[in-house]
Unconditional design. Structure first.
Length: 257
């Protein structure tokens, strides 16, 4: 999928990154997007981290509190962000991937961001843990509308509105609609480290420094796309291989007897 069109926002109520972050992203004229779970083939497609999204939201709100000269609120919010990011460390939505393996086209957006921050390491070829915090379904540019596919997209959108991600994906797969899942991700370890350091700075009354640090953390958002249609194919191939081995073993056993 070389280009993308939005099908429907896939922001579940518990995971949506809302408020000021949504406003910031719309101002950049690009939807929040991103990410594939390469290391865990059987995990839910496009699963997002509720705790990761909460940590990001609290972190951003802490910045706003600093801007509004409200140190008490800033301390409360950054403390909440610390708790949320600690919980996110054990989230099964986390996946490992090298930064240069993320979607190149979507990351041109991040690279153009003013003062775009580095990830946990300057080596973009080294695998790091990524935390998916936001996402949406997208159509490939080769999509050709037919009455059947249009009906499937409408049904999928209805499922999304009800918060039923799996039903939406199944509907699109069955209708052979070329669809992907695009997600926004943050480097987990670096984000956790920055939030902890920002908490120390805020406690020490260094609000300007804390704000600057958190700004850099927000700019570490990267993007990736998972080809949803490829997932069941991989699973089917895996199952077929297993079946073949089992059949072969049975044949060998029978021959031996």
């Amino acid at each position: 999928m070389k280009a993308y069109q939005v099908v429907a926002a896939l922001l579940l109520a518990s995971t949506a990154v809302g408020g000021a972050y949504a406003a910031d992203q719309s101002a950049k004229a690009e939807p929040a997007a991103v990410v594939a779970a390469e290391k865990t083939a059987d995990k839910d497609v496009g699963k997002l981290s509720a705790d990761g999204a909460q940590a990001f939201r609290d972190m951003h709100d802490a910045r706003l509190a600093i801007f509004n000269a409200d140190p008490k609120d800033a301390k409360t919010l950054i403390a909440k962000a610390e708790k949320a990011i600690d919980k996110a460390k054990t989230d099964d939505a986390v996946f490992w991937k090298a930064e240069n393996k993320l979607d190149a086209k979507l990351n041109q957006i991040a690279e153009k961001t003013k003062g775009s921050a580095k990830t946990a390491t300057d080596d973009v070829t080294q695998e790091v843990a990524w935390l998916p915090i936001d996402g949406q379904l997208v159509l490939g540019e080769d999509f050709v509308a037919t009455p059947e596919k249009a009906a499937a997209i409408k049904k999928a959108n209805e499922s999304v509105q009800k918060g039923d991600r799996k039903a939406a994906l199944e509907t699109l797969k069955l209708a052979d609609v070329n669809v992907g899942f695009s997600m926004a991700v943050l480097p987990l370890d670096k984000t956790a480290h920055d939030i902890g350091e920002a908490a120390k700075l805020i406690d020490g009354g260094k609000f300007y420094e804390a704000n600057a640090l958190l700004k850099g953390t927000e700019e570490r958002i990267r993007f990736d796309v998972l080809d949803v249609n490829a997932v069941p194919v991989a699973h089917q191939a895996k199952a077929t291989t297993a079946d073949t081995k089992e059949t072969t073993s049975s044949t060998v056993a029978t021959t031996t007897k």
